[in-house]
Write a protein that binds this ligand. Structure first.
Ligand code: ADP
Length: 201
């Protein structure tokens, strides 16, 4: 299955991406994680991306699209994938559609996690992640950067909802509730309600 996970910062995309991809037996590909790994590894890509990320801005499409194309060409993504954090602009969505079409593929489902903005701000300001055994705040989870990320989401990413609705691929799900409730809604919405349940996870 080829799935895209859409949703604003703080909607729980990363958490759901791991679980849903595991159930579907496809790799979860997070552009945010790939960028962060490159920033900590101080690669050329990381150096290019860092300033945009710290400001809460999107990394330019040409950098992001090339990176995703390379990742999707890896063997584990041949039979399917779950994209988390990509596409984030209409231009990225169009590029994704044409790269998949070249291979004779298309997306099967686009899942949008819906959470109201008040809840997003609350979640993001309290969010910490484990780095080298310590709980730290992500550089871009500072309040002023969070505000900018939400604004960028509204302006550049939210229009993807309409784009995928027109394509007949969009499933919007309420992402407030227990993690496994949200997962169940997502699996149901993508018509994969029974996948992975037999394995007990
Ligand atoms: P969140 O969804 O919580 O905002 P991500 O981990 O998905 O966070 O992304 C963190 C940052 O990485 C973004 O604010 C942006 O700077 C960069 N980024 C991730 N994915 C993309 C993308 N598809 N296009 C452009 N920039 C991206």
């Amino acid at each position: 299955m080829r799935v895209v996970l859409l949703g604003p910062p703080g909607a729980g995309k990363g958490t759901q991406a791991q679980i849903i991809a595991g159930r579907l037996g496809v790799p979860a590909i997070s552009t945010g994680d790939i960028f962060r790994a490159n920033v900590s590894g101080q690669t050329e890509l990381g150096k290019k991306a860092k300033a945009f990320m710290d400001a809460g801005e999107l990394v330019p499409d040409e950098i992001t699209v090339a990176m995703v194309k390379d990742r999707l060409a890896e063997p584990d993504a041949k039979a399917g994938f779950l994209l988390d954090g990509f596409p984030r602009t209409i231009a990225q969505a169009e590029q994704l559609r044409s790269s998949l079409a070249e291979l004779g593929h298309g997306l099967d489902c686009v899942l949008e996690l819906v959470v109201d903005e008040e809840e997003l701000v609350r979640r993001l300001s309290g969010r910490r992640m484990l780095v080298d055994g310590e709980m730290v705040q992500r550089d871009d989870d500072k309040p002023e950067t969070v505000r900018r990320r939400l604004q960028v989401y509204r302006q550049q990413t939210a229009p993807l909802s309409g784009f995928y609705e027109t394509e007949g691929l969009l499933a919007r799900i309420d992402a407030i509730g227990e993690i496994d409730e949200v997962t169940a809604r997502a699996m149901e919405a993508c018509g994969a309600g029974d996948a992975g349940r037999a394995s007990g996870d």
